[in-house]
Design a binder for this molecule. Sequence first.
Ligand SMILES: Nc1ncnc2c1ncn2[C@@H]1O[C@H](COP(=O)(O)OP(=O)(O)OP(=O)(O)O)[C@@H](O)[C@H]1O
Length: 377
Amino acid sequence: MSDKASNLSDAVTYHYGRFPPDSLDWEKLFRPMEEASRTLARYDAKMTGMVNAALLVAPLRAQDAVASSRMEGTIATIGEIYRLQADEDSGSRNPYKEARNDTIETYLYSRVMNEAQALLSQGSPLNEHLVRTAHQHLLSFGRGAAKNPGSYKTEQNFIGSERRGKISFVPARPDFVVPAMGELFKYINDPTISPILRTAIAHVEFEALHPFQDGNGRIGRMLITLMLWKLGVLEEPYFYVSGYFEDHRDEYIEKMRAVSKDGDWEGWIIFFLEALQEQAKANTKTVDSIFELYNLMRKAFREVLKTQYHDQVLDFVFSKPFFYNNTFIKTSKIPAATARVISKRLADANILRVVAAPSGRRAALYAFGPLLEILET
Ligand SMILES: Nc1ncnc2c1ncn2[C@@H]1O[C@H](COP(=O)(O)OP(=O)(O)OP(=O)(O)O)[C@@H](O)[C@H]1O
């Protein structure tokens, strides 16, 4: 929300001069910190120890994109995201032509998260440049394109209900943002502070600064995954937390507001640690279901396909639960004639659903329903 304030009577203003907090009440924080650290360590060990972890955990990223975008009123399903990916993979000149704006924005979220993870794993530092690049790409399309992608705000923005014109929060002034973002990244990279604590505090600080005209909620939530990974809490970037924030949206916002209003950093940190714990459970449940399906399908693919390529095909459909047959033939590294027989057999066995039959120069579009069902519940 970036228009002029029309009703500031209940508004809380950014906590100038109070970041980072001078002192914290460790009596309140000690136990939740210990518990969350243990939970995340167990989660990380389980995920990184899993065979084929990168493949089986990847859908959590698409789920996070959906939840994080939905919090801001951008509504798309996981199926729509994977379908758009299929259009892009098929080499379509304009893959976005038939997609809704909300689907494209949500798809961009998961793509930007992927890009940021790739940059960091190639050695890029976790810094302002990375965040601004992510912002530039996130807002590269549609509504976002007019909102200064990649640049900090130049006008005051407000958070609240646009419809009722009620402002609940006034983020930092534009002239304050440049030095404050410098301070924030100094803090993020300060090795003397616990990484989980840094992540909790950096999130609320980022949101309270609201450095961009738009897209702050989404970029701030991406930073959580990136920080937990790059600061060493997780060995791999396999943890996403937006689902919990979406389910507890009012509390999420109220706890952040209380930091600026009452200096209640502890209340926010405890809420954030609870979110990490609960979302670790939810993510584990999802990944367990994916793993179970993978093992079940491994047998089914072997029986139905009777070819040496069954595991290759299995990994392909788990990485692309929507795909055009030409993409499969081109990228699966299976001889074309065999690949054609394979997709047909899987469709005949009702393992794949034919979403669109081939027509003209357009190849058949398939969906792998069982995986989508897990992700959409
Ligand atoms: N009182 C508050 N203090 C700090 N952060 C807040 C507060 N209220 C909301 N937020 C954060 O701001 C986000 C929403 O901000 P806003 O409605 O301005 O969206 P945005 O900046 O356009 O970002 P996006 O486009 O991703 O929604 C919330 O998701 C939350 O993270």
